[in-house]
Design a protein around this ligand. Structure first.
Ligand code: UGA
Length: 459
């Protein structure tokens, strides 16, 4: 049944949720305290890149199914249901910063005039919903309103797809009525496709969200450590992932080794859980180590490059990929920060490229010694070596002939294992994939100097 819904926060989660809810038939009022952002959204401009979002947003704006505003009271008064999807970034000590959430909840509670369901989408530490319910118990009881936790599992880059094709809907609520309302709201994407709906307590739902990200982060961390091992014993991490993934208890997704996980969620949620546990006297030693392990991985592409080319001083290095993964312009937690910092500190001249994330990277990385190029070829021109950090399709399709034509050196660090190693090998490149030994160039003629050159490059 169509509901009048307010969504607080128009970031990666809030905006996709608001637009998706409008598209499945609800009447949505999206609220953000950033007035410039609201102005832009009204004109249909997106504050970030998310595949497929612009098109749906245009449709729902034109159909009058979504409105944007900075006036929270108006949004609350006209709505039966209020989603809160504001940021909960990490504080210095690893705890989640709940100030934006508290402000948003305060705004909603202040204007609460009738029975409403407040659905928290922001990721929060266990116990937060119960604490909010206790803090606002008088207003909630007098208006017969409820606070529910409904974790989000959207991935940047595929968030629109994930909204329409969720694996599950988790509803953390003490009230069956409120849980039914949440279930009804998502019926068009959940009910019709028989998606599992798990109803549980708010604190279990909070733990499910943290645990899901911790499990995914752990999986990647394990694969990256196995990749490091693989490089020393001569096995191939892609073959290992295939073999391990065939065990139905393990499954084959999220087994790609790479330059460590990035993004704004895994690191934040691992430390959020660890600090929440520590505050209760519980030591999550294994989970804490995920971050130490990941930090180490982020630098490995740069260290492998240094090993391959020797001193970096004066070397021209092309860094391909600044976004933390493909199909997003988000650079938060990207390995590019660590890699470029290391290379420039060692005296390399770095030219970086990314199809979408250049602006955000320059905004966030104020250091000297690197520049960004609009065309990938310009980054590669006369480069002694190249490092691929993001799995953009454009880099998958790089032509070995083209690289051979414009690069000076013949070393590629393919941290995402995306290029056709054999094709590059035939053009005389030495390729270092993550979790595999370097693939040395195929020698066209077997003379002594070719052997010597190949040996020097791979040293
Ligand atoms: C992650 C979760 O996947 C979402 O379910 C969750 O909703 C979201 O966090 C969140 O909590 O908001 P996201 O950070 O957008 O989503 O991106 P992922 O696709 O999970 O990738 C995270 C990082 O892991 C990226 O750096 C990616 O390159 C890396 N990764 C992923 C690997 O290194 N290997 C893999 O096999 C998969």
């Amino acid at each position: 049944m169509k509901k009048k819904i307010a969504v607080f926060g128009t970031g990666y989660v809030g905006l996709v949720t608001a637009v998706g809810l409008a598209d499945i038939g609800h009447d949505v009022f999206a609220v953000d305290i950033d007035r410039t952002r609201v102005k832009d959204l009204k004109k249909g401009y997106l504050p970030f890149y998310e595949p497929g979002l612009k098109k749906i947003m245009k449709t729902v704006i034109t159909a009058g199914k979504i409105h944007f505003s900075s006036e929270s009271d108006k949004a609350v008064n006209r709505s039966d249901v209020i989603f809160i999807a504001v940021g909960t970034p990490p504080l210095e000590d690893g705890r989640a910063d709940l100030s934006q959430l508290r402000n948003a909840v305060d705004c909603v509670i202040e204007d609460l005039d009738s029975s409403k369901v407040i659905i928290i989408k922001s990721t929060v530490p266990p116990g937060t919903i119960d604490a909010l319910k206790e803090l606002h118990s008088a207003e909630l009881e007098s208006t017969k309103s409820e606070i529910v936790f409904c974790p989000e599992f959207l991935r940047e880059g595929t968030a629109v797809h994930d909204f329409y094709h969720p694996d599950r809907l988790v509803i953390g609520s003490d009230s069956d009525t409120a849980a039914r309302i949440v279930d009804d709201i998502f019926f068009p994407v959940v009910g019709k496709r028989d998606v599992p709906v798990l109803k549980c307590s708010p604190v279990s739902a909070e733990m499910i969200k943290y645990s899901s990200n911790v499990m995914l982060a752990a999986r990647i961390a394990v694969m990256n450590e196995l990749a490091e091992m693989s490089e020393t014993v001569g096995s191939d991490i892609i073959e290992i992932a295939a073999g391990v993934g065939l065990d139905s208890r393990i499954g084959n997704s999220f087994l790609n080794a790479g330059p460590g996980f990035g993004g704004s969620c895994f690191g934040k949620d691992v430390s959020g859980l660890v600090t929440a546990a520590a505050a209760r006297g519980v030591e999550l030693g294994l989970i804490r180590e995920i971050l130490t392990s990941n930090d180490k991985q982020r630098l490995r592409p740069a260290l492998r490059l240094e090993k391959a080319v020797g001193s970096l001083r004066g070397k021209k290095i092309a860094v391909l990929g600044l976004a933390f993964k493909a199909e997003t312009d988000d650079v938060r937690g990207s390995a590019a920060f660590d890699v470029i910092e290391y290379l420039t500190e060692k005296g390399a001249q770095v030219k970086a490229h990314d199809p979408l994330a250049e602006y955000n990277f320059i905004r966030d990385f104020k250091k000297k010694g690197y520049s960004c190029t609009e065309l990938v070829e310009d980054a590669l021109k006369k480069a002694d070596a190249a490092i691929i950090l993001t799995e953009w399709k454009e880099y998958r399709n790089l032509s070995p002939e083209c690289l051979a034509g414009c690069m000076k050196g013949r070393v590629i660090i393919d941290s995402r294992n995306i290029i056709d190693v054999n094709a590059f090998r035939s053009e005389g490149f030495t390729v270092f994939g993550t979790g595999m030994v370097e693939v040395k160039p195929k020698l066209k003629s077997r003379n002594r100097s070719d052997f010597m050159n190949a040996a020097i490059v791979s040293m």
